[in-house]
Design a protein around this ligand. Structure first.
Ligand SMILES: [Zn+2]
Ligand SMILES: [Zn+2]
Length: 287
């Protein structure tokens, strides 16, 4: 049928991740499950959490030995679409200029995730761009977040019985893409939970992230009376003179972990020496 078409474009600025060059599975550390990152030109890939180097990395899924950086695709601009479809109005909706709704007449509606206008009568189609880059972000919740965005956009499209169509530009074998095709977010969530349980990652485990000057992170770790099952990963250098450490604990020890960090921070602040350390428990955006 005729009507508006939604084009969902990810915001620019996602960190490039590293994935298998053949099967595109994101590369993770065998020691701690952290994301691998590429360093200087001659350096092997290394873990962003524990700094383990992988000079002879092999893909855990397909056995391939070559990595590739998954750079975010060039953002397809509304201008490009306008050139490709002359005569069709192009409407923009994004973070700083959100449209609430659009009419039922034919138009290309280019929107960033979360800024999709509602179309009266529904969209005839949704085109979800750059899915491959979204799925390859070095972030534990990348797939979960991608699926959430896709479902949100797809819900604005007319039902298939009325001619509604959804096109996602991503590897069709990716679990998040399969979940979209089958409209099965619950199955996807169950699968994610099982994977994270196996890897001891949230929400199956608690993870605290400490960031600050290297000396301060060391000092906080020294003062923290961590629960017995807690595992310290790092610290590893980040940025200029900063450091980051991760502490992973079983879910049942999460309260004890938070209490230990709070009391160590209290001791340090009462002593009034050293700089502050940022502590985040189960940060939503970590690798
Ligand atoms: Zn592979
Ligand atoms: Zn690691």
């Amino acid at each position: 049928g005729r009507g508006p078409v939604l084009v969902q474009v990810p915001r620019a600025g996602y960190l490039p991740g590293v994935a298998c060059a053949r099967c595109r599975t994101p590369a993770r550390c065998g020691a701690c499950s952290g994301p691998l990152v590429l360093g200087q030109a001659d350096q092997p890939p290394r873990c962003a959490w524990c700094a383990t180097a992988y000079p002879s990395w092999r893909c855990g899924s397909c056995g391939h030995g070559t990595l590739r950086a998954t750079v975010v695709g060039v953002r397809r601009t509304a201008e490009e679409l306008g050139r490709a479809f002359p005569g069709v109005p192009v409407l923009l909706s994004r973070g700083d200029a959100v449209r609430d709704s659009v009419g039922a007449e034919p138009a290309l509606v280019v929107a960033t995730p979360g800024a999709e206008p509602v179309a009266s009568g529904g969209y005839t189609a949704a085109l979800l761009l750059d899915g491959t880059a979204l799925l390859a972000r070095p972030n534990l919740r990348a797939a979960e977040e991608a699926l959430r965005r896709w479902l949100r956009a797809a819900a604005l499209v007319r039902p298939g019985t009325m001619g509604g169509e959804i096109v996602v530009v991503a590897d069709s074998s990716a679990p998040a893409v399969q979940a979209l095709v089958r409209w099965d977010p619950a199955g996807f969530a169950a699968r994610e939970l099982a994977e994270r349980s196996a890897l001891h990652l949230p929400p199956a485990a608690r993870v605290a992230e400490l960031t600050g000057a290297a000396a301060d992170v060391d000092d906080l770790l020294m003062h923290a009376d961590l629960p017995p099952d807690a595992e310290v990963i790092g610290p590893v250098p980040v940025d200029d003179d900063g450091a980051r450490a991760m502490i992973r604990a079983p879910r049942a020890a999460g309260t004890a972990l938070a209490a230990a960090l709070r009391s160590a921070a209290g001791v340090r602040s009462a002593r009034r020496t050293g700089g502050s350390v940022r502590v985040r428990i189960d940060p939503v955006d970590f690798g």
